[in-house]
Design a protein around this ligand. Structure first.
Ligand SMILES: C[S@@+](CC[C@H](N)C(=O)[O-])C[C@H]1O[C@@H](n2cnc3c(N)ncnc32)[C@H](O)[C@@H]1O
Length: 270
């Protein structure tokens, strides 16, 4: 609501869009703030990423069954496919094109499915602030100017927090920095300067395998927070890198997809 000085208050009616972090796989990751935002939401947008990740859509549906108002609506939209064959030089343009196409989908959802002063929500895996494009895409939608709305972000438990909790560790060593990066960046740029702890996400290529022989320790977790969760940790040398690669490949084969995250730590005495 905005107050315009003068003889009467002018009420600006605007759509409210929640971006709600729902945690990394365990329905109990939901915060009270998320539960309240879900209960207030009229229409939820679920982005279907295809058959392989139907499990992820299912978690969102379970959450809504438990916490959403009986009158809520769900609109499922097909997430535009990203061209994963693109090699590194073409990576940025391919991502730009994919984001554009997603912006068009989001714009249409907000314009067509949320009434004038209504509420809509995107349920985001983990925390919306960490390797998730929803906030950036909503910025793009606002910039295009065809759909007017306000947005509220509800933080969630990220896979990184879940990894640390399940291994009962802190992410940083005393007074030291920790870096969160992707498998691609770690592979391309090598071990970053000035840190002893590196958290790696979005790693389809088992990049930890390139860092054997340096006395590193690994804390690895797949499907964190779900009934399929797998945890492995220890010195990366002496066969653990190979063992994680095998366990990972078997799990991926079994389920058809995998999400894993790990911390590589330098400085633990052998
Ligand atoms: C697109 S990012 C999304 C991160 C998410 N916003 C978060 O806060 O965790 C996807 C990556 O997060 C990690 N990830 C997400 N959920 C996970 C889970 N339950 N177990 C292990 N890793 C997970 C994996 O590294 C995966 O490749």
């Amino acid at each position: 609501m905005t107050y315009a000085p003068g003889r009467c208050a002018r009420i600006r009616i605007v759509k409210q869009i929640f971006v709600i972090g729902i945690g990394a796989g365990d329905p109990d990751h939901l915060t009270l703030q998320a539960v309240r935002a879900i209960a207030r939401t009229e229409v939820f947008f679920l982005l279907d990423k295809g058959e392989e990740k139907a499990d992820l859509v299912r978690l969102r549906e379970d959450i809504l069954r438990e916490h959403a108002a009986p009158s809520h609506r769900v609109v499922v939209a097909r997430d535009p496919e990203r061209d994963l064959r693109t090699s590194t030089p073409g990576y940025a343009p391919a991502v730009d094109d994919w984001r554009q196409r997603r912006a068009e989908v989001y714009e249409r959802l907000i314009a067509d499915e949320v009434r004038g002063d209504g509420t809509g929500a995107f349920l985001v895996w983990g925390d919306p602030a960490l390797y998730d494009s929803t906030l950036g895409i909503l910025d793009e939608v606002r910039a295009r100017g065809r759909a007017a709305f306000e947005r509220t972000v509800v933080p969630g438990v990220s896979s990184v927090s879940a990894l640390a909790a399940r291994h009962r560790i802190g992410l940083n060593q005393v007074g030291r920095a920790v870096q969160i990066t992707t498998g691609r960046r770690l592979a391309d740029g090598g071990w970053p300067d000035g840190v002893d702890d590196v958290v790696v996400m979005l790693d389809a290529h088992r990049t930890f395998g390139r860092f054997t022989g340096r006395g590193l320790h690994i804390y690895w977790g797949a499907y964190l927070g779900t009934p399929d969760e797998i945890l492995l940790s220890g010195p990366l040398d002496d066969g653990l890198a190979e063992r994680i690669a095998v366990v990972r490949a078997e799990a991926r084969e079994r389920k058809g997809w995998i999400m894993d995250t790990y911390l590589l730590r330098r400085g633990i005495p052998a």
